[in-house]
Design a protein around this ligand. Structure first.
Ligand SMILES: [Zn+2]
Length: 186
């Protein structure tokens, strides 16, 4: 695992200076406050996103903000403090795309990193499979436009490695099982 978040300099409790120290009892290096001894535990920040599928095509949003402005992305975002990721993904989809969704299952969990300002955090990214159940698709505040893409039509410029990883898994997934009707016809 690479080192990130090295630019956290001050203790969130007392404002004292943080230093990277080996904590004997835990067998790990930690950011430790030099004034009050508070250990600033770092963990990967959770995000929740959804591959919303309609007629075999996945919904992507064109980003209107940095990072990756004008690149395509899978809609989703950071979970709020204490928020279940399934709640978070429904909220993010409503905000970014105007769609109400039904979650069908978890496609996978992919690690990545997110840089903002001088700080880089690892992210732990949940990607759900979902279908639209209501609402009118429209690009929200962070999005320039929306698009539906088939497995052979995915754009080259997809923001974030974790979204690219999720799309690779989706593209490689087997087709849905034959319906009873199709089995009779085949
Ligand atoms: Zn402190």
């Amino acid at each position: 695992m690479s080192e990130t978040s090295l630019s956290y300099r001050f203790c969130p409790k007392c404002g004292g200076e943080l230093a990277r120290k080996f904590v004997e009892q835990e067998g790990h290096h930690r950011l430790v406050c030099q004034s009050c001894g508070f250990i600033f535990y770092l963990s990967s920040k959770p995000t929740a996103s959804a591959l919303v599928i309609r007629d075999g095509k996945v919904l992507l949003v064109e980003r209107a903000i940095e990072p990756y402005k004008w690149w395509w992305d899978v809609p989703g975002g950071f979970t709020e403090d204490g928020e279940h990721p399934e709640e978070a993904v429904r909220r993010e989809l409503r905000e970014e795309t105007g769609l109400e969704i039904r979650i069908l299952g978890l496609l996978g969990i992919f690690m990545d990193a997110y840089v903002y300002g001088s700080v880089e955090d690892h992210t732990l990214n949940l990607y759900y499979l979902a279908e639209p159940i209501g609402g009118d698709p429209w690009p929200g505040s962070d999005a320039a436009s929306l698009g539906w893409f088939g497995k052979d039509e995915l754009p080259d410029r997809v923001a974030f490695q974790c979204s690219r990883d999720a799309l690779v898994v989706w593209r490689g997934s087997p087709p849905p099982p034959l319906t009873a009707e199709a089995e009779v016809l085949s």
